[in-house]
Write a protein that binds this ligand. Structure first.
Ligand SMILES: NC(=O)c1ccc[n+]([C@@H]2O[C@H](COP(=O)([O-])OP(=O)(O)OC[C@H]3O[C@@H](n4cnc5c(N)ncnc54)[C@H](OP(=O)(O)O)[C@@H]3O)[C@@H](O)[C@H]2O)c1
Length: 298
């Protein structure tokens, strides 16, 4: 069985690749050429906005499943580059969903807890999204496209992803906070943002498991600990033996020039717990898992 992962160089994709390569023939695609790939992983380089090149790649690989992680994932960059964000987050999703539909391929798209307005918290799969920023608008539209393309497709809504990059680079706040705390620098985290962080290793395992499952529809992938990002950072600093007084609280919705964030975007993970063998973890267990994870060469 062949798996194609978009956004190969990204934070989430690295963890999927590391775990899926044990059981799948893994292909990955990114706009930048991937370096240092495990021997049995096939890297491809192209801009996914190019529909013709995407079609050619799909004909060559003929994947059974596609996990679409590629995106413009920075909320403030999306807010300041609305047209490009729509082209990347919606346009590319549309191109891939259409190609998957034509070839009968199952598609999993990575969405986000940010699709919710953050008023209620504890969101389940049946709650209705409401965007508070442009990134969320693009993700809600991407979800609609993927769900409408096929009933076997999956929208995986990810909570805040925590961990060290398993491969390549990655949009990892943990790597950044560790570097700053090591240097004795202050780190600022919002007290108003309540999340249910999931570690990147568990996330990679869950997405790999979903790729091989018959599940279709929306699923929330989130950890068992509901916590605000300031308290989470203090907890991480204490667990790793750094000076927790270096962590300062902020209110992300009171900072000028930033896109609005949902306050309480915590998500329930009952569905994931009931259909997946991959266990959803607490913050501490997930953190230990990601700090000690080593990619196996096979
Ligand atoms: N990380 C989180 O906490 C989090 C939480 C919720 C949801 N998500 C979602 O999960 C997914 C993965 O997130 P991530 O943190 O792994 O993001 P990431 O590290 O930024 O990875 C995304 C990858 O996609 C690539 N890409 C962007 N535009 C492309 C294009 N036109 N053609 C080919 N490749 C392109 C990027 O390349 P460049 O870097 O060169 O642009 C990057 O390597 C995203 O859909 C994100 O919205 C993430």
């Amino acid at each position: 069985m062949r798996l194609l992962i978009t956004g190969l160089n990204g934070f989430v994709a690295g963890s999927i690749v590391a775990q899926a390569k044990k059981t799948w023939e893994v292909h990955g695609v990114d706009i930048t050429e991937a370096t240092g790939l495990p021997v049995n992983v096939h890297g491809h380089q192209l801009d996914l906005m190019d529909q013709e090149k995407v079609a050619t790649l799909f004909q060559r690989i003929r994947p059974d499943v596609v996990i679409h992680t590629a995106a413009m994932a920075n909320i403030d960059v999306c807010e300041n580059n609305k047209e490009l964000a729509w082209k990347v987050n919606v346009g590319i999703t549309e191109i891939i969903a259409e190609q998957c539909k034509t070839m009968g391929i199952k598609m999993i798209v990575c969405s986000t807890d940010t699709v919710f307005d953050g008023i209620k918290g504890h969101y389940s799969e049946t709650d209705t999204p409401f965007a508070v920023n442009h990134y969320a608008k693009t993700k809600i539209e991407a979800e609609r496209i993927v769900l409408e393309a096929s009933s076997k497709n999956i929208v995986a809504r990810l909570s805040l992803v925590m961990g060290l990059p398993v491969m390549g680079k990655g949009n990892s706040f943990l790597a950044e906070i560790i570097e700053k705390l090591k240097r004795g620098e202050t780190v600022k985290f919002p007290e108003n943002e309540i999340r249910t962080p999931i570690d990147v290793v568990t996330l990679g395992a869950a997405l790999t498991e979903l790729a091989g499952s018959d599940f279709g529809g929306i699923i929330h992938l989130s950890g068992n600990t509901r916590i605000n990002r300031y308290k989470m950072a203090i907890h991480i600093a204490e667990m790793l033996g750094y000076d927790a007084s270096l962590v300062e609280g902020t209110n992300s919705n009171a900072l000028a020039g930033r896109a609005p964030r949902p306050n309480d975007a915590s998500m329930e993970n009952g569905l994931a717990k009931s259909i997946l063998q991959t266990p959803m973890l607490t913050l501490d267990v997930g953190l230990n898992l990601t700090l000690n994870f080593k990619i196996e060469e096979i």
